[in-house]
Each structure stands twice: as C-alpha cells, then as structure tokens.
Write a protein that binds this ligand. Structure first.
Ligand SMILES: NC(=O)C1=CN([C@@H]2O[C@H](COP(=O)(O)OP(=O)(O)OC[C@H]3O[C@@H](n4cnc5c(N)ncnc54)[C@H](OP(=O)(O)O)[C@@H]3O)[C@@H](O)[C@H]2O)[C@@H](O)CC1
Ligand SMILES: [K+]
Length: 499
C-alpha cells in the first residue's frame, strides 16, 4: 500500500507542477471505505508534507484507520460527506487544483451510491481542473470495463501492479484518461495468471509485422483478393485496395463492377482487375462497401472457395450477412458496434435475446467474446479502443489512434491494411515458432494477434497523420498515406532493439 500511495502521490505532484507551484496548491481526496480510500489518504498525507493544502472528503462512516491517522498527522483536514452537503462539497472541490478519486477500487460491487453518487455527478458537470484516479476511476468494473454511472472522468489513472482489463476496454478506458502503471511488487504473480486481455506494444508489433525476405517475389509476398465496393459505394473499393497495396501486399486482385474497377485502377494502377476466376491468392478481403446482388454473389463465391481451400478471409460490412454456419479462426470479422449487434441478432445461437448497438457499446468486451465464441471466427470490433477476440476467448485491445479517425472510409483502410498483413503472413503463420511463440501466443490466437497488429498500425497511422496537421482532422486518405511510414518505423525500431 505504501508503494501504491507513493506512486500515486508522485504522479499527482508531477501533474500539478505542470500547471503551477506545488506548495500552496490545493488537493482534495475523495475517500471510500476500502483500501482504495486508504491508498488515497496515504498519498494525500505525502502531498500534505510537500506543502499542498489537503482535504479528505470521507464518504464512509469508517475509512482506513491507519491511513486516516497518517493523513491527520500530516496536517490534512477531513470533511464527512452527507446527502445534505454533497452539492456544496462538489462546488468546493471543483475549485481545487487537483482531485484524487479514491472512492472505489478493485473491491467494488456495482457503482457509487447515495451521497457519493451525487457528489460525483455534480463534480462531473462542474468539470474540475485535474482529476487523478487511484487505481481506477470509481464505478468502473476492473475486469470488464463496464461502467456504472456516474463516473468522474480522470485525466490520469495511476494503477497498481498490472493494468486492469477494465482500463483497456470501453467505456471504462474512455473514463480513465492516460493510464500509468505503478509496480508494487506483485507483478511476478500477475504474469502467471494467464492474460486474457492483452495490449501489444510497439516492439511486439515490430516482431509480428511480416517482413519480406531477400528472395521474396510478388507472389511469395502475399496476393490479396478483394471483393469490395459497388456501383454505389465505389470509394470503399478504392480505399481498401490502395491501403492493401500501401501496407505491403505483393499484389492485389480486385473483383467488382467495371465502374468501381476503373476508379480502383486510377488510384492503384498496381492492382489487377479480375473479371472471372481470379487465380491464386493467399487471402481474401470481402465486403467493404459491397451492396447489390451481383457483388454479393462474388463475395459469396469467393467465401465458399476460401472456406474449401482453407484460406484466411476478412469479412467486413456487407459480407457479414454471408457467414457459413461455423467459421474457422482464420476468418476475421471486422464489424463496428451496430454491425456486431445485427450479426449477433442473426445467429440462431443467440436465441430470442435482442442485442442493440447500445448494448454492444456498453459491454464491448463481453459481446466481442460472445461473437467469436458463437461464430468460431476471430472478431475485431472497431471503436476508439479496438478489441479483437480469438474464438479461444483471448482478447487483444489496441488504442493507438485519435478521435479524428472516426471518419468515412477509415474502416475500409483498416480492412485493406489487415488484408495486406494477412496475405503476407498466411503461409507462415501456422508454422512460425519464433515471433509468436516468443510473445507467449498460442497457435489458435495468432490470427487475433495479427488483427491487433493491423488495428495498431491503422491507429498509429491516424495519430501520425493528425500530428502532421498539428492534431487536426483527418480523411481516410490521409490515414492511408501514413501507413508505410508507420510500418517502416515499427520495423526499424524493432531491428534496433530486438533481443
Ligand atoms: N489487491 C492488492 O494487491 C492491492 C490493492 N491495493 C488497493 O486496494 C484496492 C482494493 O481494496 P478493497 O479490496 O478494500 O476494495 P475497495 O474498492 O477499496 O473497497 C471496497 C469496499 O467498499 C465497499 N463497497 C463495495 N462496493 C461498494 C459500492 N458500490 N459502494 C460503496 N461501498 C462499496 C465494500 O464493503 P462492504 O460494503 O462489503 O462492507 C468493500 O469493502 C485497490 O483498488 C487498490 O487501490 C493497493 O494498495 C496495493 C495492493
Ligand atoms: K478509485
């Protein structure tokens, strides 16, 4: 607990010092009855000793006794929270330089109640200057990222030991701000619990990105077949094919109506337009912008032959209605929340329960796992945080992008990037015993890991492109244009640092 409190106090002091002098700055810690409140009080005691004006709002009749004694001994002032003073205290706290949220931690059942809920709801409206959450924002489920409102949005979350799953899945991650981990000596124990939710780091991604060998030629580099776009949504074909070319496929074969093909070839003269049997491909991308019977039929045919030949397939947008009864794990579905709700509703195994877009958005981790389990496919659920579930239940979470990436065509670019990686990795992924094994990835979870690599490359490309415009807005084309540089720098960084 002392290590946790020290780490928390250190982070709070650093954040305050970015804005003003520490001595004389005001901090209020919101204290619940458990050890989370204890961490908050010990941290506040350390901050009091560094000259901050410290107040503790005690939200329970009994709080961590030893921590309260340390806090009082350091000169801190305690105020008891009651229904009658919740609003008034909210106004007072909102004027502070920083608030520490130590109401509920990993021992919480459900969300904030009564006066605590009232205090936090009012505070959230008053938009405090700086909020640091102790371990996790109170009201978050540490294991799922599900949220019991109200929650006080944190600027920084200082979390102890391992990064909880609930800080890597929305809507929880969206409340946590920047997450910082403080090691407290229990990390070795955590490593032995099989990690069910993983986030790949830049060096993991560098290790998994396909790299052409010297003897590579365009066929060995991975040929991607694409059934995307339609007369109405031709842009999806243009974007997905071009993104696939930029992300390193050896060749892209496009199948679709002439009008869309002309636009595809105008943007990507390297692509081939196939009017009948497309010949050899290593992987398929089906569905982005696909509409109308003729193009759906092409997607259906390509899907059937891929299934027969054991080829990996990305199933996006329009093709999500064409799934076989059971998909293999090397079929990667790429829905957004609304499409996932529709997909779940269409599966006989879901039964009578109606799943809505809102349901998926409030419990993305739950539903992405459910979809992977029910379909047998790997499922990539797009969002600010992208979750990829392997049918085994192992989930990857990547959150490398910017909010500007929620723009038309962004998903088509992701599908193209994933297609390129899949085509390049298809022939080696099952017998690769190096990179994947070194990261402790089981054979069955490799497709999910590769999809997470694509999500991260896409996110990083968006972040880089936006940074090029000083953090400004993006088009899908701008995201796409940054993809080669992101892949290049991840590879270069990995080469510099690899073991
Ligand atoms: N684990 C570790 O190794 C380390 C843990 N550390 C720290 O400990 C924290 C976990 O502490 P914790 O277990 O005491 O849980 P925490 O959330 O503070 O209190 C829960 C208490 O509140 C109650 N309660 C429950 N739900 C409620 C609700 N909705 N509304 C109101 N009350 C509610 C419930 O009591 P009950 O109602 O059951 O009597 C329960 O006793 C963790 O987040 C981290 O900060 C670190 O110091 C380092 C090492
Ligand atoms: K907390």
């Amino acid at each position: 607990m002392q290590r946790a409190a020290y780490g928390l106090a250190h982070a709070v002091a650093r954040e305050v010092k970015k804005r003003r002098k520490l001595a004389g700055a005001s901090v209020t810690v919101l204290v619940g009855k458990g050890n989370n409140g204890g961490d908050g009080l010990f941290a506040a005691a350390l901050l009091a000793r560094r000259g901050m004006r410290t107040t503790a709002v005690l939200a329970a009749a009994e709080v961590h006794a030893e921590a309260l004694a340390a806090f009082v001994a350091a000169g801190g002032r305690g105020v008891r929270l009651e229904a009658a003073n919740a609003e008034e205290l909210a106004v007072l706290c909102a004027g502070d330089d920083v608030i520490i949220d130590a109401l509920l931690g990993t021992g919480a059942r459900g969300g904030l109640r009564d006066a605590s809920a009232e205090l936090v709801a009012s505070l959230q409206e008053l938009r405090p200057r700086l909020v640091v959450a102790c371990d996790l924002p109170s009201g978050l489920d540490a294991n799922t990222g599900e949220v019991h409102w109200p929650v006080l949005d944190a600027d920084v979350t200082v979390t102890f030991g391992g990064i909880k799953a609930g800080l890597m899945a929305d809507p929880g991650e969206g409340c946590a701000g920047r997450v910082e981990r403080v090691p407290i000596g229990i990390e070795k124990q955590l490593e032995h619990n099989s990690p069910e939710l993983r986030r790949l780091t830049a060096s993991d991604i560098g290790a998994l990105l396909p790299n052409p060998g010297r003897r590579a030629h365009k066929y060995s580099r991975g040929v991607l077949g694409v059934v995307a776009g339609s007369a109405r949504f031709a842009g999806a074909a243009v974007l997905s094919v071009h993104a696939a070319a930029l992300a390193g496929s050896g060749m892209v074969r496009y199948l679709g109506p002439q009008a869309a093909a002309q636009l595809v070839l105008a943007r990507t003269p390297e692509a081939l337009w196939e009017t009948d049997d497309p010949g050899r491909v290593q992987a398929w991308l089906l569905g982005s912008g696909v509409a109308g019977e003729e193009q759906l039929e092409r997607a259906r045919d390509a899907g059937s032959s891929a299934l027969a030949d054991g080829l990996p397939v990305i199933v996006d947008a329009g093709a999500l209605s064409l799934l076989p009864d059971r998909c293999p794990p090397h079929w990667i579905l790429t829905p957004h929340a609304g499409e996932l709700a529709t997909l779940l509703g269409s599966l006989p195994s879901t039964g009578e329960v109606k799943v809505t877009r809102d349901d998926v958005e409030s419990r993305p981790l739950h539903y992405v796992r459910q979809a992977a389990e029910q379909t047998g496919a790997t499922v990539l659920l797009k969002g600010a945080t992208t979750l990829v579930s392997s049918p085994s239940g192992v989930v990857f979470s990547q959150s490398d992008g910017t909010a500007w990436m929620a723009t038309a065509g962004s998903g088509d670019v992701l599908a193209g990037v994933l297609g390129a990686l899949l085509a390049q990795a298809a022939e080696s992924i099952n017998d690769d015993d190096g990179a994947y094994a070194r990261l402790g990835l089981k054979l069955e979870d490799r497709w999910a890991a590769l999809a997470a690599v694509a999500a991260s490359v896409h996110g990083r490309a968006g972040a880089l492109a936006s940074a090029n415009f000083d953090g400004g807005p993006l088009t899908a084309s701008a995201i796409m244009a940054a993809v080669p540089r992101v892949i290049g720098s991840l590879n270069a960084e990995y080469d510099r640092t690899r073991p």
